[in-house]
Write a protein that binds this ligand. Structure first.
Ligand code: AMP
Ligand code: ZN
Length: 373
């Protein structure tokens, strides 16, 4: 249960900004003591990377420069925010992320807090992902300790959260993120879009029978088939990209037919999800005490995938998990609501930032102290 509001005000507003990668996001949240926060608004503008085939940091920087001020203005005008009803707290993602992208959000947030004479807080992006499932219940559920699988375009990790600031990364990726691999592999078979993993899921749902067609692909099982690394607590996703290229060349002369495309997509998705689950199960094997933790959160863009959710639930049945939390897809991908909510949890535990904080490209979610903010 969150402490009663420290600020002595029973209701206050929070403006939050997220700009760590390619999404410019702004949210406005109203906080009242004792009830769950009301999300008054959330706006988002995503860099179009379809042609570029991936997020180019300079393009993302330019995108935030063009869009964030306008998004803030849109929200402030719509909700008539001025004078006495201006927010008491401005939160922004401070890191980890692309420094150029982060700096636009951080500087905009500092400017707003100076103009409003209000509190400023630089939030850890991963805390946003980890804490967002608690918003719905006003911080009651999930209770600590809980396990989270965060799988997105920028990160893939299994985290044990013991309290607001005590998080242990049990498994992390040793190369790229699951979403990045999904996107790159699916692009090889001609799936297009800004969120290719999501497009792939829709494509497979539209072709359920063809996706089960048998094809001779042998997808890699990273770390699993290397005797010395079989128990490695790490995810590895780059082998899938070469695996797809090799199979396309070996079995299909680099040709993707409409008939086989669903089966290829299914193989890609299944192999990546099987690897995620395989490593989560290794964590349970290496750290048997995890079987005592009955709450499991699945968050991040990739975690919005229904197939992954079902596979995880099945795999963890015998590991003591009683409560699964799957935040709604809009809260799974990068957004400013999670930054606002994490900001509220931190603020109500006495944490704020000075105006001298700078964006952090790297910032571990492990070993956080109040003074780190
Ligand atoms: P995020 O970094 O959290 O914004 O998530 C973006 C990543 O999640 C991208 O790699 C997307 O392709 C991937 N993604 C989003 N939705 C889905 C989905 N339903 N299934 C699989 N991957 C997804
Ligand atoms: Zn993220």
């Amino acid at each position: 249960m969150l402490r009663q509001l420290r600020c002595g005000i029973r209701t206050y507003k929070v403006l939050a900004i997220e700009s760590s990668c390619d999404d410019s996001c702004v949210s406005l949240i109203e906080r009242s003591a004792g009830t769950k926060p009301v999300v008054l608004d959330h706006v988002k503008s995503t860099l179009n990377s379809v042609k570029a085939g991936g997020v180019i940091p300079t393009s993302a920087h330019l995108h935030h420069q063009k869009s964030i001020a306008g998004l803030v203005k849109q929200i402030l005008q719509k909700h008539s925010i001025k004078g006495v009803n201006c927010p008491e707290l401005v939160c922004v993602t401070r890191g980890p992320g692309m420094p150029g992208s982060l700096s636009i959000g951080v500087d905009t947030a500092k400017g707003l807090s100076v103009a409003w004479g209000c509190q400023f807080l630089g939030v850890h992006h991963m805390l946003g992902h980890l804490l967002i499932p608690r918003l719905e219940s006003n911080g009651e559920e999930p209770q600590f300790p809980f396990l989270s699988l965060l799988a997105s375009g920028g990160h893939t990790m299994l985290v044990l959260s013991r309290s607001l600031l005590d998080h242990e990364i049990l498994v992390n990726t040793i190369d790229i993120a699951a979403g990045d691999a999904l996107d790159k592999c699916a692009r090889e078979i001609g799936i297009q879009g800004n969120m290719i993993g999501k497009e792939l899921e829709s494509f497979l749902n539209e072709n359920p029978e063809l996706s089960l067609k048998d094809i001779p692909w042998k997808m890699p099982q990273p770390l699993k088939n290397k005797p010395k690394r079989v128990d490695t607590l790490g995810f590895s996703f780059t082998p899938f990209i070469s695996g797809v290229k090799l199979s396309l060349e070996r079995y299909h002369n680099n040709e993707v037919t409409d008939e086989l495309k669903p089966a290829m997509g299914f193989k890609i998705q299944e192999a990546i999800f099987d690897h995620i689950i395989d490593r989560v199960l290794v964590a349970y094997k290496v750290r048997p005490e995890l079987n005592q933790i009955n709450t499991f959160v699945c968050s991040g863009g990739v975690a919005a995938n229904q197939r992954l959710r079902v596979k995880l639930q099945t795999a963890l049945k015998s590991h003591g998990v009683e409560n699964f939390h799957f935040p709604p897809p809009a809260l799974c991908t990068d957004n400013a609501i999670m930054i606002g909510w994490a900001g509220i949890e931190l603020y109500e535990n006495g944490i704020t930032s000075g105006l001298d904080v700078t964006p952090l490209r790297k910032w571990s979610v492990e070993g956080l102290e109040k003074s780190d903010f």
